[in-house]
Design a binder for this molecule. Sequence first.
Ligand code: CTP
Length: 460
Amino acid sequence: MNMLKGKRVLLGVTGGIAAYRAAELARMLTREGAEVRVAMTAAACEFVQPLTFQALCGHPVMLSLFDQQEESQIGHIAAARWPDCIVVAPATANFIGKAAGGIADDLLTTIVMASRKPVVLAPAMNWAMWQNEFVQANLARLTALERFQIVPPEEGEMACGETGKGRLATLDFIIDRVVYASREEKDLHDETVLITSGPTYEDIDPVRFVANRSSGKMGFALAREARARGGRVILIAGPNSLIPPCDVQVVPVRTAAQMLEAVRKHAPEANVIIKAAAVADFRPARTADRKIHKDEGDFSLPLVKTVDILSELGQSKRHNQFLVGFAAETHQVMTYGSQKLREKRLDLIVVNDVSEEGAGFEVDTNVVKVIDNAGHIEQWPMMPKAKVAVMLFDLIQKHRANQKGPDKGRDGHSVRPSHRPGGGRRRRSKRGGGGGGGGGGESRGGEGRANGGNPEGQPA
Ligand code: CTP
């Protein structure tokens, strides 16, 4: 929510059957806080009425290069200068060819050519067109330029009845890439951020397990924000039903033991580690390899403790590693939070009272307090988890900047209090990862759902 607040996004719609999904994309962009203007090609208008976009965005749709009235309202040069980011979805093979070849023979191609702002292209087309050598060469030509970013199409059933790669990408991936492209400041560029999320499932037998109510939403919001800031993000995710952030390396795990193994593997390369996962503290002493029937056994379930992953990280953390824990509590919230911060040797702990309305598991909002290792407390009101992620990274970066100060060794812990979010960010503009391209065909199915990890975009 509000990941695009204050941003101006020009949505270009070209003529493919996936044009109808651009209407939903316009709505999602608006919901993220962006001001959206739409430019459609003549072919796009064969698929969707401009009025649809006008109703969704509240502005007349730009259609023609040669319409005197339109040009007098907002000329094509003004339209090219207006946005922070241009997104073309769907982008057909024809449009991609024109953009790559420097052809500007209609309003949209002219705007793209006249603009210096990032352009996100979400191709959609029939699988054979997608594989066409010219289409691929055109895409390669565009991706070689800093300004163009491609959100590759997905595999699936197409409107023409065939199956293959060419369906418009999941709209959430397109939004993620627009967020990334419109952020000018990339203060996590060249940094590796390791995040854990969700619950762990500890199996009793092949059909039953012990778990908790964590949804993984907070960890996913953190991963999305870290990526938007230019970080290389590794998300070790317990079982969940969420759409993974674009360009994030997702490592799916099920049990606490698997999470431990994945964390041990990836932690050495991480500059920032955030353990948002609700790891099971106990697991069944043994997992039956076949279903336990109700007339078997004595109805007791012997449990053994799992390894405390965060404590292990605290013991072994490098001098330039920043470690953040989470604590979900129902009572004596600050006492337990402070204790965990100290005992696990953390830099920050995010504490929430999960019994409070709008906080904790399953919901899209959170109410948190953040304690640092000098005992300073930040208390934030109820807000969307995406906003908590923004403020938490502002705080993390502020602490890290202080730690890097001339007289402040990492182990000295001489961190200044921070009662105002919005730490000094390094300004950097660089395009996101991901490659490939294509435009036109479309599946009859609804929105695609990626199962763990982005389709082609490993972290850039
Ligand atoms: N944690 C972990 N490994 C575990 C248990 C917890 O890494 N086996 C981490 C969590 O990811 C979280 C922090 O420790 O960042 C605090 O987790 P929480 O469940 O609140 O507390 P515990 O330390 O498990 O203590 P308790 O259950 O007694 O409250």
